[in-house]
Every structure is written in C-alpha cells, then in structure tokens.
Design a protein around this ligand. Structure first.
Ligand code: SF4
Length: 456
C-alpha cells in the first residue's frame, strides 16, 4: 500500500447512546424515534443543558456560555436532542475529560458557541454585516430573493428546528438575542407565499427554486406540500430544491408517515412533469451522520425524488482539516447516500471571525481533497461574494494577501442591477480574517478602523 495523506477506510455509522447523558437516561427508543418528543425536548437555555448533562460539565463552561449569550451570540439556542447526542459521542459526562472534550467537539463548536471560542482582538471583521449577502435588498417580493438570472431563493419562514451559531441569515432567522434584534416579515405567511407564487407565475425566466427559510421542516407539512405542488404547476420551473438541515438535526421528522407519504405524492407529480425535486441539507461534521440520518435520507430517496445533497459550511474547529472533510464526505456518500455538493466559506456576519477561514485556506482545502472522492461527489468550495453570488474559490480575479482582500467578477446582473451598465465590469470584494494577515496587513486595518478593543 502506498502511504497517502488520507487513508480511506469504510466506517460504520453509529448512533451514540443517549442514555449516557443523565437527563435522558430513561428515554426509550420509541420516544427517541418520535419527532414530537425530539421537538418537545430541544435545548433552549443553560438550565435545560444543565439538566441533560448533570454535573458532568464544569461550571466554567456554563459561565463561558452565559457570557457569550449576553455579549456575542447572534443566534438563540435551540438544539434537538438528536444533535446534542452527537457531541462527544464516545464519552459520558461522568468521565473526567468530558468538559475538555465538549469544548473541543466539532459540533459543539458551532451549535453551542461560548465566549472563549471567539476572537478577543477582532470578534467581527469591520466589513461584516447583518444580511451580509444582501438577500433582503434583492427580494422581488418579501422573502423571495432574485439574485441569479434563472434561480430564486424562497424564504418561506424565519424559523428552524435548530439554530446554528454561524447562521448566515442571522438577520432574519430565529429569536432575538441579547445583542441582535431580528428583522420581521411584514406580510403574513400566507400572503407572503401567495405573493411569491404570483411573482413566479409572472417570471418565465426562472427555472430553479430553492425552497428554504429558515428550514422547511418547520412549516406544517400540508402548507409545504401545497406550495411545492403550486411550483410544479408552473411550466418553466424545472428544479425544486428543499432546504432542510433538519434532515440531520431532526431526522425523525423526515421519517414520519405524513412526510414520507406527502413527499411521495410530490415526487410522483414531479416525475410525470419531468421536474427534479431534491433535498439540500447542511451537515458539517462526520459524527453528525448517524444511522437515523442515513435512514431519513434513504427514505426520501425512496419516495422518488432526484437527490439528497449536502451543503456544508467551512468552520474553523469543526471541519478545517482535510481529514475531517473527507471523513464527512465519505460518511455522507457511503451509507447515507447523500451527495457531497458544496462547502461554503462562512459568511461575513458579526462575531464570526473565529469560525472564518481565509480564501487561501479554502483554496488549499479544495486542493487537498481532490482525487479521493468520485468526481461527481467531490464538493466544490464556494465563496458567496456579496452582490455577486457563489464563486468557486479558485475563480478569484485578484487576491491581495497582505490586506486579505479578494476581488471577484460576475457575468450576470442581480435583481438590484437592472439599470446598472457597469454591473458586469465592477469587481466585488471579500475579506479574510484580519488576525490571519501579515503584520503590515493588520496594521493597515488598525489604521483604517482604529485598533480593535481587546476583550479580557
Ligand atoms: S438550519 Fe440553516 S437557516 Fe437555520 S439556523 Fe442553521 S444555518 Fe440558519
């Protein structure tokens, strides 16, 4: 055998034993398999986390979490038991090393961020902003972002069954936090969805609709089914993608009889009309891919939809190593039949600097995963450039590594550039984390915006 940088071995998926956690020691397999039980027992605050973990987590962790929630968190806490159970899967809170392992855990790192995770020098990039992709600016009608020529993003609702610390839609999604108020939709849900459908009926150039939120798993199934059924009646819509992290966070929901039967009805209609329906999920770490997640993905494929694909986010401390990324891709592909599709660079939202990678790091990771996966399942690493859209990380036009500024071009007008004659000539910028820059680059930013206030 040739010694390779990454050694592939097929690994069986494992459902960690939830009964190792004191708060769930008595929970039966029937309850665990119930979507209703999972939703009712989500962790929403420190008190509930304490109840589940017992005395196994040190007080320093809770104090760290409390400070983060008071001073930094852009998302409120909401974590289904299924996801908590995948954190530190091999240890029980009674183990001495549990707290250290919990701090280091890849899933914990982005689902339960604590104050000490974040950069004290530059918690935010000076160019970071709420709604950093300017999706709301490009709403054709409320919640319907028309950024690309042929595709739209429909934000059906502003909630999810789980809230991720790094959520790019932190402006809109979830409950307010101590430091972030959320944007509120003005229209009622039904009026908003009706306005979207009306716009799509009047837009023959749109062939692809990403049905998202939030997470479509939080829309009552009959409402989601009727919306997708409406899309299936529009002649020019050929691709429909349903965005749901809950396929991983709450697979029990996608395994319910109601959802399976409903998806089968949609898939049957779609096939008859030559339309592709796919599910797009969001898994960032191999340990999240458990037998229940695999069962949910396969149940969806069995309904006759075209595909289940994964769009992960590159996050330092979670998946910034080649081995972590390849382990994740093989876990998705081998036993869950989920297609590795994209890894996005983390968007430039406030307080995200500790998660973000530089463009150079993302390019290196893309380089390093090549050749191990089948070509059709080799994910592309993506920079979602404000006012541009998705670009493969090697498509950068220019890159100033000293200042950490990459420059990007595009070949179409977004919804806000209809009358902009220079739209296709302009360059758009994306920024690396400042603390990664050489000293001269850091000095530039200190001079430009003033030295960051270090937080003790
Ligand atoms: S599931 Fe998606 S939309 Fe919801 S909080 Fe996570 S990243 Fe944001």
């Amino acid at each position: 055998m040739i010694d390779q940088p990454y050694a592939y071995r097929h690994k069986e998926l494992v459902e960690p034993d939830w009964q190792r956690l004191p708060g769930w020691a008595e929970v039966s397999p029937q309850d665990w398999a119930s979507a209703q039980w999972q939703r009712a027992h989500c962790i929403k605050n420190i008190r509930q986390l304490r109840h589940v973990m017992g005395d196994g987590l040190d007080e320093r962790f809770y104090a760290d979490l409390e400070r983060d929630q008071a001073e930094r968190a852009t998302m409120s806490m909401l974590i289904p038991p299924q996801m908590i159970n995948t954190m530190v899967p091999g240890l029980s809170p009674a183990d001495q090393s549990f707290t250290d392992a919990f701090y280091a855990d890849p899933v914990r790192r982005y689902m339960i961020p604590v104050f000490s995770d974040r950069r004290a020098d530059w918690p935010s990039h000076p160019e970071a902003s709420r709604d950093s992709l300017h999706e709301a600016e490009m709403w054709a009608v409320e919640g319907l972002t028309h950024r690309y020529p042929t595709k739209v993003l429909a934000e059906l609702l502003p909630t999810c069954p789980q809230y991720c610390g790094h959520c790019t839609r932190m402006d809109l999604v979830g409950n307010p936090t101590a430091v972030i108020d959320k944007h509120k939709f003005e229209l009622s849900r039904d009026d908003r969805l009706a306005a979207m459908m009306d716009y799509l009926r009047r837009s023959p150039g749109v062939r692809d609709v990403v049905v998202s939120g939030g997470d479509v798993a939080n829309l009552p199934w009959p409402r989601l089914e009727s919306f997708v059924a409406g899309l299936l009646e529009i002649e020019n819509i050929r691709d429909i993608r349903l965005a749901t992290k809950a396929l991983m966070g709450l697979p029990q929901y996608w395994l319910t009889d109601e959802v399976r039967a409903g998806m089968e009805r949609l898939a049957t209609t779609a096939r008859a009309r030559d339309v592709s329906i796919a599910i797009h999920t969001h898994v960032n770490s191999a340990q999240s891919v458990t037998p229940l997640v695999a069962a949910a993905a396969k149940a969806m494929l069995e309904t006759g939809i075209r595909d289940v694909r994964n769009q992960g986010v590159l996050l330092r401390g979670t998946n910034d190593k080649t081995e972590q990324l390849l382990d994740l891709c093989f876990a998705l592909l081998d036993d869950a039949k989920i297609m590795p599709y994209y890894f996005y660079m983390c968007d430039m939202i406030p307080n995200s600097e500790h998660w973000r990678l530089s463009l150079a790091e993302a390019q290196q990771l893309q380089h390093d995963i090549m050749g191990y996966l089948p070509g059709f399942a080799t994910p592309r690493f993506i920079c979602d450039v404000p006012y541009v859209g998705k670009r493969w990380v090697h498509q950068v036009a220019r890159y100033d590594r000293e200042l950490g500024i990459s420059y990007w071009t595009k070949n179409y007008r977004t919804g806000v550039e209809a009358d902009d004659e220079l739209a296709l000539q302009r360059e758009h910028e994306y920024y690396d984390p400042i603390y990664l820059l050489p000293e001269a680059g850091q000095e530039h930013w200190r001079t430009r915006v003033g030295a960051p206030v270090a937080v003790a």
